[in-house]
Design a protein around this ligand. Structure first.
Ligand code: TXA
Ligand code: MG
Length: 344
């Protein structure tokens, strides 16, 4: 199968992709966070194909994308009180809400869980596609499982060429890393995965926000409890470039100093623009204080490192304020156990 990239600005192309989804096929679609690998969420066979194309473990549930708030109703059995204000404030946008599922949602979508994750994406092409195909679209990030997520149509083409018919090209993803996954089934809304909507933005809208325990306490500055991870996806190594990556935590000056001392022919560095030094293996991803730029450039930078002849990567890791929380989370996930904390 040849994978064709279609310009999302053409309504004809959106229609072609919508037809493909309606007939049970897969289409890569742009969202404001990352590109998704979409299929009709109500078609079990199509959803099964998502898992096989991605090589995704069957116990990791998918996010269901809908065109508007009204389309959530048939998919859930309970609408929690906080739903209305959260949807009103953050949708369309990078917030995914986990609620009790209705029988309408196939078990394969939710990996057998009794909850379903839903969002209205904030990219006009994603919304146009959803409106045109008239069904909810299940879509994980459009990368092979475990690898950095795609933020351009070319990233998807590099990853999935020959495995899907169409990539709807909506340009570079504005946010650049995935949505925040928020569980609203309990008394206090709980962040299962940090993402495009920050803790502070959520805390300004709902009285209390909790953060699920991730692999270790340093992952989450706002962490409030000790529970095991509840978002199944968070337990896997993720977002990983090919060469082993070490996340270096501390002030930007400290981490830059640490990395500089370790550079070599086969060693690469992922650096803030304002701390980069002159070396052929340095890749930058935004100024140290600019978490928005870091989010937008991180996955592209990891992919660039994959194109280099290196055997080791050191990454400057941002402080965890605002969107820095999600950026640091992705870098630490990519690092696995290789984390150096210079702050003592
Ligand atoms: O920004 C995004 O969220 C992108 C775009 C395409 O929308 N999608 C995305 O999907 O990142 P994926 O499959 O790469 O990540 C989905 C995350 C996983 O960590 C998964 O475990 C979690 O959401 N998740 C899905 N359904 C869940 C549920 N019912 N309960 C808890 N976590 C859930
Ligand atoms: Mg993913």
């Amino acid at each position: 199968m040849e994978t064709i990239i279609l310009d999302a600005n053409s309504p004809e192309n959106v229609k072609r992709c919508a037809e493909e989804i309606r007939r049970g096929g897969l289409v890569a679609l742009p969202t404001e966070t990352v590109y998704g690998l979409g299929a009709n969420a109500l078609n079990e066979k199509a959803v099964l194909d998502i898992f096989s194309v991605k090589g995704r473990p069957g116990d990791n549930p998918l996010i269901v994308h809908v065109a508007s708030r009204d389309e959530v109703l048939p998919l859930v059995s309970v609408i929690p009180d906080v739903f209305e204000i959260l949807a009103e404030t953050f949708w369309p946008g990078p917030l995914t809400l986990v609620m009790q599922k209705s029988p309408e949602v196939p078990a394969i979508v939710t990996a057998g869980l009794d909850t379903v994750a839903i969002r209205v994406p904030g990219h006009p092409a994603a919304l146009a596609l959803l409106e045109t195909c008239g069904c909810p679209i299940a879509a994980p990030s459009a990368n092979p499982s475990g690898r950095p997520s795609p933020t351009t149509a070319l990233h998807v083409k590099n990853d999935l060429d020959g495995r899907i018919p169409f990539i709807l090209d909506g340009g570079d993803c504005r946010v650049g890393l995935e949505s925040t996954v928020l569980d609203i089934t309990g008394e206090v809304p709980r962040i299962l995965r940090p993402g495009g909507v920050t803790y502070d933005e959520l805390a300004a809208i709902v009285k209390e926000v909790d953060i699920a325990g991730v692999t270790d306490a340093s992952d989450c500055p706002h962490r409030a409890s000790d529970d095991p991870p509840r978002s199944p996806g968070m337990k896997y190594r993720h977002y990983a470039p090919k060469a082993p990556l070490t996340a270096v935590l501390g002030t930007p000056d400290e981490s830059a100093e640490y990395i500089k001392l370790r550079m070599g022919d086969k060693v690469a560095a992922l650096m803030f623009d304002d701390h980069a030094f002159d070396h052929p293996n340095v890749v930058t991803y935004g100024r140290s204080v600019d978490h928005e730029a870091q989010a937008a450039r991180l996955f592209g930078a990891l992919r660039m490192l994959d194109g280099m002849d290196i055997s080791e990567i050191y990454a400057q890791t941002p402080d965890e304020s605002g969107l820095g929380h999600a950026v640091a989370n992705r870098i630490k996930k990519a690092a696995g156990k290789n984390i150096v904390d210079l702050s003592g």
